[in-house]
Design a protein around this ligand. Structure first.
Ligand SMILES: Cc1cc2nc3c(=O)[nH]c(=O)nc-3n(C[C@H](O)[C@H](O)[C@H](O)COP(=O)(O)OP(=O)(O)OC[C@H]3O[C@@H](n4cnc5c(N)ncnc54)[C@H](O)[C@@H]3O)c2cc1C
Length: 343
């Protein structure tokens, strides 16, 4: 679809809340464009905990993160939204009349309203200072686990002592041929039960150790680690190095959009509207003026529905405040959801 087309709603951010906002706006009969900065939908779930169980999703006794994302994506696509992946929103502004412009790093988009669901912002992994790291990024040095099967039968070195590092060490110990985890301290930041499981597992633990150097030709093949207590170096064979020392979430872009904010995010009223009429915020990025912020999926989903219902009333004052989904004719898209338009 042409970028000049004016959609009823632009949803910024394809995390869980943005996906549900996309579905809900479509369900309310509005045309929707979803813009996501990364190449993947699912936000924090896809990036930080795709294989973790989630227990507080209503109606699901337990469910793995990636399965929840899969369902959310399928649901979001039900009413055929336009989806732009790998496109970061740089600014939002109100034009004359009920028209808004979103400028991204790839173009301009127009809508009659905006629902901002950019979560805790754009993620960047923390890096470690070790010789060779920049050279081998993507060639044996990784900051995310997108596909655990990718590490099957490989000698894996994991760097980190938080939940992400420990959870992945536990997960990959039965996938990789060997897993060594190095941590610069003795005490882990990870959950106590995970650390106990780690100490009972076949993962080789090297405490007080930091990564000093990664060596190889086309791919990382050797790693040098240093014991910070003794200053002794040790060199080991590796097939891959996973650096899992946390992420920085950066809200700085959103801060430039001229919306009223507090330290926690964009200030919203009961209807999730920001100080600019027609621009809404939901999920982790929203900071309710009344009550308190809860960075939970279930809260974000409720906010997404409220914001979409409010947008519907704004664009069509004669519309009902809300609808039951059973009032809508089921579409064949449920069984076989159409591919969304991806520019
Ligand atoms: C380890 C961990 C475990 C968790 N476990 C649970 C749990 O068990 N239950 C629970 O309810 N909650 C849990 N949470 C919290 C939950 O994941 C968040 O509340 C939820 O992800 C918020 O969704 P969101 O869509 O608002 O934001 P996010 O998931 O942060 O998604 C925001 C999306 O917006 C995109 N984006 C950012 N900036 C831009 C931009 N400028 N332009 C375009 N796109 C942009 C990002 O790339 C991202 O995809 C957990 C969080 C973590 C970190």
């Amino acid at each position: 679809m042409a970028q000049e087309e004016v959609y009823d709603v632009i949803v910024l951010g394809g995390g869980p809340v943005g996906l549900f906002a996309t579905y809900y706006a479509g369900f309310r009969g509005m045309s929707v464009k979803l813009i996501e900065a990364t190449e993947d939908l699912g936000g924090q779930i896809s990036l930080l905990y795709p294989d973790k169980y989630i227990y507080d999703m209503p109606g699901f006794y337990e469910s793995v993160g990636s399965e929840i994302v899969k369902s959310l994506v399928m649901q979001a696509r039900r009413y055929d939204p336009a989806v732009c992946l790998g496109e970061k929103a740089l600014s939002v502004s109100r034009l004359a009349g009920q028209k808004f412009e979103v400028v991204t790093d790839r173009g301009r988009h127009f809508a009659r309203s905006i629902i901002i669901c950019t979560g805790i912002g754009a993620f960047t992994p923390n890096k470690v200072e070790a010789v060779g790291i920049p050279q081998f990024e993507g060639k044996g040095v990784f900051y995310y686990v997108k596909d655990p099967a990718r590490f099957k039968g490989r000698k894996l070195l994991i760097v980190g002592g938080g939940d992400t590092a420990v959870d992945w060490a536990l997960h990959l110990k039965d996938v990789a041929s060997s897993v060594t985890l190095i941590h610069r301290r003795e005490v882990f930041r990870a959950h106590e039960k995970s650390v106990e499981a780690l100490s009972r597992s076949n993962v080789t633990l090297k405490l007080f150790c930091v990564l000093k150097e990664v060596k190889g030709t086309d791919w990382a093949r050797r790693a040098v680690i240093t014991n910070v207590q003794t200053n002794a170096d040790e060199e080991m064979d590796v097939d891959d190095v996973l650096v899992l020392v946390g992420y920085k979430a950066d809200l700085s872009i959103v801060k430039q959009w001229g919306l009223a904010m507090d330290a926690r995010g964009i200030l919203v009223d009961d209807m999730l509207e920001t100080n600019v009429p027609g621009i809404f915020a939901a999920g982790d990025v929203a900071s309710p003026k009344a009550g308190f912020r809860q960075n939970l999926l279930v809260v974000g989903f409720g906010q997404a529905a409220t914001a979409a219902n409010r947008v519907k009333k704004l664009l069509d004052p004669a519309a009902s405040t809300f609808e039951h989904s059973t009032l809508r004719e089921p579409t064949s898209k449920a069984a076989s959801p159409p591919e969304a338009t991806v520019r």
